[in-house]
Design a protein around this ligand. Structure first.
Ligand SMILES: Nc1ncnc2c1ncn2[C@@H]1O[C@H](COP(=O)(O)OP(=O)(O)OP(=O)(O)O)[C@@H](O)[C@H]1O
Ligand SMILES: [Mn+2]
Length: 375
């Protein structure tokens, strides 16, 4: 680690105290936790850096009474839009795979990994990005908690397979012969807190989007692709590009090669949000280095983010596991997935080193701390 600090000429005074992320409070007075979470949201982040009430909000997601269940007419994957007591919306993504299932094929193969959605939320905190909606885990009783409060559009997709309750929902890829089945009535999944309506989101095509077919995308053919993107309108202001570089590191660590679009708030200073992280943790023995293309093609990255990465070197799996320990569905990731993240983090740091060696440290690291720019 010292070698990295020395080589990157970063000051060691920026020590990141990851144990503060584990702080919890026992609130003995009534607090409207949904309002607390709503007030956390601003153009730059969805959760604060340290939030002792986060644990209470995660628990509330796990335990709140469900007052309505509906389809979400967006996206290609099966999910349920829930309304929880207190009129809080939440998005449920069902479990399709066991924790140790290895997804073979392309980087975007397979169905959603609900545990990946949970792990990604905690990783976003650990990396101090704080831009992923709050996600916990929950086991739903489809027969008693969902069906009685379901809209017709959702309930008409329910069916039985033996003793198991199943449904196929409404989405681009949702089909009657491709439903998900509970064990009896019980279905595990991730549950994400819906962002407040006043924070309107916009969707943009990711410049490093895959073609999802045998043809190569522009970014796969031209090593100078970043120079073209830098001149395009949304990226002339470098902040968005630096957000996408951070997103690429985040996605490489979780092995998400499916960020075809990204979302941000309509607010002009909005950072890129980390919504939809479920196509992750498919195979712990494979690293898809091309997910890092925004990093190695642009060779620009915020220095503050690099200092977090260095502090996590060799400890990323350990800390992530610690943050996820109190989740009701723990363990969330197998040891192999946690190890894979540490291995991938080393590749990220090596990539940054290569950038610095081929350019210069000042060209690669973007200073964001006072008294530097506001990027
Ligand atoms: N927690 C949330 N708060 C607010 N909006 C959300 C939240 N989660 C998802 N959305 C919205 O719902 C859309 C669909 O969700 P998501 O991307 O997770 O589904 P998907 O089926 O995997 O989509 P795709 O097929 O595009 O990959 C998102 O693009 C976003 O606009
Ligand atoms: Mn998706």
């Amino acid at each position: 680690m010292d070698a990295f600090y020395n080589e990157l000429k970063l000051s060691k005074k920026y020590i990141h105290n990851f144990s503060l992320l584990l702080t919890k409070t026992n609130v003995s007075y009534p607090v409207d936790l949904w309002s607390v979470a709503a007030k956390w949201v601003n153009a730059e982040q969805v959760v604060p850096k340290y939030s002792p009430l986060l644990h209470n909000i995660l628990q509330k997601l796990e335990l709140s009474k469900i007052i309505a269940a509906d389809i979400l007419p967006k996206g290609s994957q099966l999910k349920i839009l829930l309304t929880l007591e207190g009129h809080q919306k939440a998005l449920f993504k069902p479990k399709w795979y066991e924790r140790n299932t290895i997804i073979e094929g392309t980087v975007y193969s397979g169905k959603d990994r609900h545990n990946g959605e949970i792990a990604a939320f905690h990783l976003s905190r650990l990396l101090e990005l704080n831009r992923a909606p709050i996600v916990s885990g929950r086991i739903l009783n489809l027969d008693t908690e969902i069906l009685p409060v379901s809209t017709y559009d959702l309930s008409r997709t329910f069916y039985k397979n033996g003793n198991n309750t199943c449904f196929y929902g409404v989405c681009i890829y949702c089909k009657p012969d491709d439903g998900v089945c509970a064990k009896g009535s019980f279905l595990e999944g991730s549950i994400a807190l819906w962002l407040p309506n006043k924070w309107e989101t916009r969707r943009a095509r990711h410049p490093w989007q895959r073609t999802y077919n045998k043809n190569q995308a522009m970014w796969e053919m031209y090593t100078e692709y970043c120079d073209v993107i830098k001149k395009a309108k949304p990226y002339k202001d470098e902040r968005k590009l630096l957000d996408l570089v951070e997103t690429s590191v985040f996605d490489f660590l979780i092995d998400n090669g499916d960020r075809h679009h990204y979302e941000h708030f309509s607010h002009e200073r909005s950072k890129v949000l980390l919504i939809d992280n479920a196509k992750s943790f498919g195979n712990p023995y494979v690293d898809h280095i091309d997910i890092l293309a925004p990093l190695y093609q642009c060779c620009r990255i915020r220095e503050k983010f690099v200092s977090v990465l260095i502090s996590l070197k060799g400890k990323l799996g350990y800390w992530l596991q610690k943050l996820m320990e109190s989740c009701s569905l723990a363990p969330i990731l197998t040891k192999d997935h946690l190890n894979a993240m540490d291995r991938r983090l080393n590749s990220v740091l090596a990539t940054i080193m290569v950038c610095i060696k081929s350019k210069s440290i000042d060209e690669v690291l973007v200073m964001t701390r006072f008294p530097f720019s506001k990027i």
